[in-house]
Ligand binder design. Structure first.
Ligand SMILES: [Zn+2]
Length: 155
């Protein structure tokens, strides 16, 4: 379903490319992994689940920058090989209709609301979070692992 009220912000390509350089340099906090089960490793750049046999990089990402009470750095995956950044930014990514929690933040990076959604009501609840004028952005995270998946901003 297309939406006019918000857009999806996948991980910037510079960050995915940087992780690919850093893992090749052997950094201890960047792990190169060959995926062995589907539905285990979501790529934050193309917003697809990596398929068995594909290689991914696991590394820490500061979704909420340091210097704030809600600062948060956590593990994310990107494909080890170049992939195309998710471009259908006016559509909720179909790969993540289940298993996400949505956290609304204000412009000072404070969490002001949070919702666990059913697949059928995703768009409506994201729109409701943005009806609060204090909501600056909404982050989608894994409901089980807590990991940052993608950001949602006002259109
Ligand atoms: Zn990817």
């Amino acid at each position: 379903m297309k939406t006019s009220s918000f857009h999806i912000v996948p991980l910037p390509t510079e960050i995915a490319d940087s992780a690919r350089r850093v893992v090749n340099a052997g950094a201890a906090d960047h792990a190169l992994i060959t995926v062995d089960s589907p539905g285990s490793s979501p790529c934050r750049h193309c917003l697809r689940w990596a398929q068995p046999g594909e290689r991914v990089i696991l590394f820490p990402y500061a979704a909420i920058p340091s210097g704030h009470p809600y600062s948060e750095t956590g593990p994310i995956f990107v494909h080890a090989n170049e992939c195309q950044r998710y471009s259908a930014t006016d559509e909720y990514p179909g790969a993540f209709r289940n298993g996400r929690v949505f956290r609304a933040y204000d412009s000072r990076y404070n969490i002001i609301d949070a919702e666990v959604l059913n697949a059928s009501e995703l768009e409506a609840v994201i729109e409701r979070l943005f009806q609060n004028p204090d909501t600056a952005f909404v982050d989608a995270r894994s409901v089980t692992h807590g990991c940052f998946t993608f950001r949602v901003e006002r259109a």
